[in-house]
Design a protein around this ligand. Structure first.
Ligand code: UDP
Ligand code: MG
Length: 310
């Protein structure tokens, strides 16, 4: 298979001034070593530190290093999408700025791409994260997979290479809530994973807050599965059946025995329990409705304030 010769790298950036110089150094080394033509798009997702100034500096020195600056902080997924819309390459690589995903793996990705794989993604074997975070993510990914109609890769993130065909398909997906790992699995094509050990952050703290991770997890669940809706229906059925049996029992006690009808505490328990379940299922429905609303508004996924070298 003859493949084109240009690699495009997309890096989402939110307050990464401490990581950018090292990223630039290591990524340049790796990309130069491939002997291929390349361009890098650094996407500034509304950084408040000196990241954007560094990007301007890099572009002035080397026009292959380009940048997009979004009008505010959108999200990791939005930043990656912006990069995807502007990159011009035969194969696109997504990599985080914090060097948790080693750029040195990119030649391995390219090798698989040359073998004919259109999607090559890194699968994390070790995680430098705390035991708790590992356990939570492990359970989450497995749960998600059991619910999703699309088989989603376990322990994979955005670190990947996409052939132009797969990248163009990913670009066509219009949704606002962008769980890119899932969307990448959804587009299909010939996919393969490359195992690697995830490193600790090169510098500074994670930029994805816990709230952002939770919202990403919700995007993954509600964007890739309608199992929660079915579970709500089942829960309703089970509770209706249970309360029917219970009312038969109460009816029997009232008319055929001398037993007093059970009192206040059991009533309160039942009321609060059903109330809780009703709110819970309403919440599930609400998650879907909120997503429908977000889609209907048709707001853009990101807004660009400045293009540097593009
Ligand atoms: N990031 C971003 N927008 C955000 C949060 C993060 O562009 O709102 C970038 C961040 O600068 C980094 C990448 O996304 O390059 C991954 O972020 P982080 O390392 O915090 O996530 P984690 O590795 O914990 O998943
Ligand atoms: Mg990280």
């Amino acid at each position: 298979m003859t493949k084109g010769q240009k690699i495009g790298v997309i890096v989402p950036i939110y307050n990464e001034e401490e990581n950018l110089p090292e990223l630039k150094r290591r990524l340049s080394l790796v990309l130069d070593s491939t002997g291929l033509d390349y361009e890098v798009i650094l996407v500034d997702d509304g950084s408040k530190d000196g990241s954007l100034n560094l990007m301007r500096e890099y572009n002035a020195k080397d026009p292959r290093w380009k940048a997009l600056s979004l009008s505010r902080n959108f999200s990791h997924g939005s930043a990656c999408t912006a990069g995807l819309d502007y990159i011009d390459a035969d194969a696109v690589v997504f990599v985080d700025a914090d060097l948790q995903d080693p750029p040195e793996l990119i030649p391995e990705f390219i090798k698989k791409w040359r073998e004919g794989y259109e999607v090559v993604f890194g699968a994390r074997t070790g995680r430098p994260e705390s035991f708790l975070r590992q356990a939570v993510t492990g359970v989450f990914y497995r749960l998600l997979n059991s619910m999703s109609a699309t088989p989603l890769p376990l322990d994979a993130g955005i670190f990947s290479l996409l052939d132009r065909s797969a990248a163009d398909s990913l670009k066509k997906l219009p949704e606002r809530h962008r769980y890119l790992t899932g969307l990448r699995a959804w587009v299909g094509y010939k996919q393969i994973s490359v195992p690697y050990e995830r490193q600790s952050r090169h510098a500074s703290e994670p930029k994805q807050s816990v709230a952002k991770l939770v919202s990403l997890a919700f995007d993954a669940i509600f964007g890739f599965s309608s199992t929660p809706l079915r579970a709500a229906t089942l829960l309703g059925l089970v509770m209706a059946a249970g309360s029917f049996l219970f009312s038969l029992d109460v009816f029997y006690d009232k008319f055929f025995t001398d037993k007093p009808i059970i009192g206040w505490s059991s009533t309160m328990v039942l009321i609060s329990w059903t109330g809780g379940m009703i709110l819970f299922t309403l919440g599930i429905i609400g998650e879907y409705i909120g997503r429908i609303y977000d889609e209907i508004k048709q707001r853009p996924i990101y807004l660009i304030k400045e293009r540097i070298g593009i």
